[in-house]
Write a protein that binds this ligand. Sequence first.
Ligand code: NIG
Ligand code: FE
Length: 439
Amino acid sequence: MAYRLRVRNAAQLVTICSGGQRFKVGKDQDEVEVIENGTIIVDHDGNIAAVGTEEELSKAEAFRSATYEADIDATGKVVLPGLVDGHTHPVWAGDRVHEFAMKLAGATYMDIHKAGGGIGFTVGHTRTATEEELLGSCLQRLNRMLRLGTTLVECKSGYGLETETEMKMLKVLHQARTRTPIEIVANYLGAHSVPKGMTADQATEDILNNQIPALKELAAKGEISPELIDVFLEKGVFDQAQTKYNSGLNLSTLPRDLRLGRILEAGKEAGLLLNFHGDEINYMNAGELGGELGALSISHLERVSDEGIAAMAKVPTFAVLLPTTAYILRLEHPPARKMIEAGVPVALGSDFNPNAHCMSMPMVMNMACVNMRMTMKEALVAATINAAGSLNKSATHGSLEVGKVGDLLIVNAPRWEHLIYQMVDPPLEHVVKKGRLVF
Ligand code: NIG
Ligand code: FE
C-alpha cells in the first residue's frame, strides 16, 4: 500500500479530540487530546488514514510494509491540526493606513464610517478594481495566512453593496479555490453597510430582489460557491428597528418583520447558513436574534447580553470572537469567560480586513489568552474544532481524526503551547494541506 505522507514520532501529536465531536463547550473546551511519541499517516486522497503512537503504528503490518511519498521524522517536535480562521474579509482594494493614523489621533470607527470612510472607502476602491486585480491581492493574502498555519479560512464578500461587485467578489473567492492550497468557505455579506445614496429599506430590497437572485443563478451555474450569509448588525451601519425588537412583539414571528431577519431568511431559503456580525460597538440584541433564528454563528459580541448568551447556548450558536478588533478599536473585549461557562462554543477569527490587518492565528490565540482571559487550551480549541464548527466543517476539519482531511502543522518546539507563546513568529517548520507540504 502507498500513502502520501507519514509524520513519525512527534514528541506531541495534538489531535484535539477523537470522538467525532462537532465542537467543545464549557469545561471540555479546556481539554485537548495529545498523543506522546505520535505518528500520523495521510492517504493518497489527502485524508487521515491512521493516528496513534509510533509504537502502535510501526507494529501494524499494513503500515510497516507500506511506502510513503513523504516520510518525516518529527522527533522532538510537535504536530497539530491546521488552524481554522473563522472570520476574514480578504477581497478588497485600497488600504486604509491613513485611517489608522486618524484613529490613533482620536477618531472612532463610527466617526470615520459616518464621514464616508471605513467600509465606504473600501467599497469605492473595490467597485472599480477588476476581478483579476482583486484575485491577485486576495491570493497573496491567503498565501500569507497559509504560511502562518491557517489551512481553512472563512472569507466574506461585502465591499460591493450592489449586485455586480458582490458577485465579482464571490467569483474571486471561487477562482481562488483552485489557485491556492488554503481551503475557503465563502460568506455572502451584501448587508455589510447601507451604500451611499440608499436608505436601509432600499438596500434591503436590492439585496432581496437583485443580489440574492443573482447569487442563486451564479451558484447554479457553478461560477460562485457561497455557503454562508452574513449581515453587519450595527447601529448606523445596517441596523434593524431595534425599538421594535424591544416593544413586545411576538418573538416567534419577529425576525420576519425586520430587515435583517428578512435578509437572513432569504439567505436560508437560498441554502445558505447564517453566520453574522453582531453586538460589536452597540448592543443590538444579536445573541437573542441569532438564537431565535437558529443561526450557525455570530461574530464579535463585545456587547452581548446575558440573555443573548443564554439564547446562543441553547441552539447552540457559535461565538466567533475577534481579539484584533477590540484591540485596534480599543473596545471592551467580549465576555469570553462568561460565554464558555454558559456553554456557548467559542471560536476565533483574525477578522483580517482593511481596519484590522492581521493574518496570524497564533497571534490571535495569544491575544485571546491575554485580553479575553482564555486558557491556551481553550484558544487552541477555538482556532481548530470550534472554528471549523462555526463554518459547518467539523465533520472534516479541525482535529486529527481518521477520515478527516490531512491538514497539519509541524512545529519545531517540544510542547504545543509554543505555537501561542511565541506570538507573531512561532517556529512553524511545515504547513501540510491534504498530506502535501505547502510551506
Ligand atoms: O468585522 N465589523 C464589520 N466588518 C469588519 C470591518 C470591516 C471594515 O471596517 O472594513 C469587522 O471588523
Ligand atoms: Fe468582519
